[in-house]
Design a protein around this ligand. Structure first.
Ligand SMILES: [Zn+2]
Length: 252
């Protein structure tokens, strides 16, 4: 048993007993963890208010290894998520950060860049002058990039050849990317996408994610890009994501 510490984002909090909680957290140094917080439901808890949903905190825990729950011994609040106080849509966007972290990452898969991206995304959601549709698209495409599931946007996802340039492209959600004319034959679940929307998706997939211009998502492509990313994630995860219906408005 080792005592570890890390920065963490609170993804989910579940009552465990009259006095204890189980928290799902995404840590910068250890990836996703489930921790038992004994006494967290007492009025004078050792964790104070650090274990609120989407809070960023500094945690100390005893790693139990294998399948046992790690034991949280300390959690100090660094920053509370403020997006919900601004507007409902920003609150849903915050929930969506937690949802994708839960769904797209595996336990103990250490990827500090995912933490940094999530932290920057929660901060941007909380800023009213940050374009929410752009913040959410960057979050989605960058998460896909970091977990190795970015769809193919220039080469045919089926045969690997460069797709001939044209005003319209065809995106196959089952094929995981754009399709050349010959590979479209017999494919299912295809979406016609204007080439400008493919360009914008590519910009938002850039590995220098801190440099992405969040306001660079043009109004005429919002709807089609929202549709492509929503359907792609639904197929990839083989489930409807809870937050997708609430985020449809971002495509308008
Ligand atoms: Zn092809």
């Amino acid at each position: 048993m080792a005592v570890e510490q890390s920065d963490a984002i609170v993804l989910r909090v579940i009552p465990w007993s009259e006095t204890s909680l189980i928290a799902h957290i995404y840590t910068r140094d250890f990836g996703k963890l489930s921790v038992l917080a004994k006494g967290a439901r007492r009025p004078k808890s050792p964790f104070e208010a650090a274990l609120d949903l989407l809070s960023i905190c500094r945690v100390v825990f005893i790693a139990k290894g294998s399948d046992a729950l790690d034991l949280l011994t300390e959690a100090k609040l660094t920053r509370r998520f403020r997006g919900g106080a601004r507007e409902l849509l920003r609150l849903y966007a915050g929930y969506y950060v937690a949802e994708l972290l839960e769904r797209l990452t595996d336990k103990q898969d250490r990827q500090p860049e995912i933490f940094d991206l999530a932290e920057a995304t929660l901060a941007a959601i909380s800023e009213p002058d940050q374009e929410l549709a752009g913040v959410v698209l960057r979050w989605e495409l960058q998460m896909l990039r970091l977990v190795g599931h970015l769809p193919s946007l220039r080469r045919c996802a089926h045969c690997g050849q460069d797709v001939a340039d044209g005003p319209w492209w065809v995106f196959g959600t089952l094929a995981s990317g754009v399709l050349c004319a010959s590979c479209q034959v017999g494919q299912r679940q295809m979406i016609r996408v204007p080439s400008g929307a493919i360009d914008e998706m590519e910009q938002f997939s850039n590995s220098s994610w801190r440099e992405i211009d969040i306001s660079g998502l043009s109004p005429q492509h919002r709807s089609v890009i929202r549709g492509v990313v929503t359907r792609y994630l639904t197929v990839l995860l083989d489930r409807k994501l809870q937050m997708h219906p609430f985020l449809e408005e971002l495509g308008r």
